[in-house]
Design a protein around this ligand. Sequence first.
Ligand SMILES: Cc1ncc(COP(=O)(O)O)c(C=O)c1O
Ligand SMILES: [Zn+2]
Length: 398
Amino acid sequence: MTHLECSRCGKTHAHNRLQNLCTCGKPLLARYELKAAAKTLTREALTTRPANMWRYAEVLPGGPPVSLGEGMTPLLDARKVGAALGLKNLYVKDEGLNPTGSFKARGLSAAVTRAKALGASSLAIPTAGNAGGALAAYAAQAGLPSVIVMPADTPMANVMECRAFGADVRKIDGLISDCGKYVAEHKDREGWFDVSTLKEPYRIEGKKTMGYELWEQFGGKLPDVIIYPTGGGVGLIGMCKAFDEMEAMGWVASTRPRMVSVQAAGCAPIVEAYERGSESSEFWDHAATIASGLRVPKALGDFLILRMIRASRGTAVTATDEEMLAAGRELAAFEGIYAAPEGAATLVAARKLVAAEWINPEETVVLFNTGSGYKYSEAWERALNLSGIQATVGRQEQ
Ligand SMILES: Cc1ncc(COP(=O)(O)O)c(C=O)c1O
Ligand SMILES: [Zn+2]
């Protein structure tokens, strides 16, 4: 790594001390000497490296990794659900198999690694749930105290895991945006380092490894379409950053997978901004969805998400809670994948985009199941009680 660069104004910042946002208030991105990285980060070298995200060390922040074995999640061939949709090449990247049951493990492994290396003494995070669980786990491994600030109605599994990992859990009567304000107001007085999504430069570095893995798992190619559930948007921004780095290293050409952002109908600021042709989103009032990770009324990196969707010739679509729950049952019953509602939302989007002929039957499509259904007992209880689903499932089985 050579430095940090502002994603908006381009100003450079030192990477060898703790940093949050640029002076202009926008997120910082890590920059590397990619030509040098390409000399040792080769496909051949990768064959002998451990099956976790730190295999891409040349393009990750430095410091002894704080790791629980995150990354290198399976890319599953969803044959039956694909056939039902009329898609020949439908895959599910199952991020639910990460430590703490979600893709958030990647970002927090990178962030805690760097924060510890740079001398942070305690870490705080506003969270919709899964990021809090991941921070609490990695902080425990690093031997650092953590403060997890979450909405009072966060799924039970997230609250329990944070407590088990020894974190200081604070419940707020509000949304993740209110939790973010709480951390911002208390951090200086209490000496916390703020690891909020995109207010800290390295979570995105961990998440971008999903893009590197796709390339490896597809044998040195990228898929045509990637469908991703978007809250703060770091997964989507991270993968696009990975593709740019891969191009600079000569791994891929300039064509990119079309990036599809899926949001909950009850909280869809990015979809709304995309449809309006706007460069940034408006705060979404009364955000409500069972997909707790998608309950983000305004993303700090909204302008980056929108820029990347458009640059890749992607699109943005919504899924209702009922649609997500039904799609979750399909993934479970036909593919053996017990998905988070956020992950199930990607199947809803795929179905809509096939119907609209936006996706062609021959194209390679990847759905990201960003979390494990095992952390969503409340949502799954509702899913299993849905009437009418049995009929759909039964029909497909024949
Ligand atoms: C399971 C799950 N999926 C998706 C998201 C949204 O992720 P991002 O902030 O990268 O858009 C979250 C965020 O909490 C999540 O927990
Ligand atoms: Zn700036």
